[in-house]
Design a protein around this ligand. Sequence first.
Ligand code: SF4
Ligand code: SF4
Length: 330
Amino acid sequence: MMSAGASQSNTAHAENAAGRIYDIQGYAVHDGPGIRTTVYTKGCPLKCLWCHSPESQRYELELGYLAVKCIGTDLCENACIKACPQGAISRDEPKAALDGSGMIQKATIDRSKCKNCLSCTGACVTKALYATGWETTVDEVYDRLSRDRDFFKNGGGITISGGEAMAQFPFTLNLAKRLKGDGVHICLDTTGHAPAERYEEIMPYIDLFLYDIKHMDSAKHKRFTGVGNELILENARFLAKRGAALQIRVVVIPKLTDNEADLRKTAEFCASLGEAVKLVQVLPYHKTGRMKYDRLGWRYKLTNVEPPDDGFMEEVLEMFRSYGLNCRLH
Ligand code: SF4
Ligand code: SF4
């Protein structure tokens, strides 16, 4: 992963650094204060079992397939099938079209043959086949974000998210610098899993860090996310000591992170960070990202996990509040 890392480090201070992103969403109301526009970068060192943006995990561009957009191989004259050099696309079984127009045979992908060359995405007129992201630069993203400027006047701003935006450090740093120069409020949504020096360097340009604490037990953290929690906790302490503002997010997932003793340890840790913690968001697990796994041909592993009930979430919220923390649900 992150194969561009070496070349990126050569341009660490390039004002117009290259980046790889998978989305820019305007009118975001859950990514920090006010109305915001969020930039989503590709690539993450964590692989959380509950990740609701699987397309963000790998730095490489991958093939996504949104079958509902496929109008059938007959209408397209097998455009994607012809475009694939690997013979990975074929005609699916005939099925009734949703609009009642008769039977259609959509495309189906044999992921074991697919090499992610993305040739088929150019052939697909409906964009049922698409690349999970694109190459960009600080200049391009800055220009796009400038269009949303009017929305930021009432306490909103820009959020740089991922994936893990700190993994594309030259891009993230220079974008934050450029926006800060215009006086824009900037949130950085981070896993906390990046070298401390990078946090130190970017701190002057970030108004608020959106910071996940996923589990206080490092062995469980590794089992659920692929990495231990040491660096994440260390960086949270580092940022708090340096005077950064933190909005901590704790996702409550039945059977994984909902044990009371574990949640109490998380609350204690948040409280130990003192005034740096402006808000703790206690978030119930949800399944909204599940269908995105199908689009990538991946298996979603938490199929039997249901969201926690409202009563339990209220109890968790009260428990966090009992540590003197400013908290809210969602
Ligand atoms: S990404 Fe390339 S290999 Fe994969 S299905 Fe499309 S054309 Fe074939
Ligand atoms: S995936 Fe795209 S190109 Fe292939 S049959 Fe469907 S709509 Fe046509």
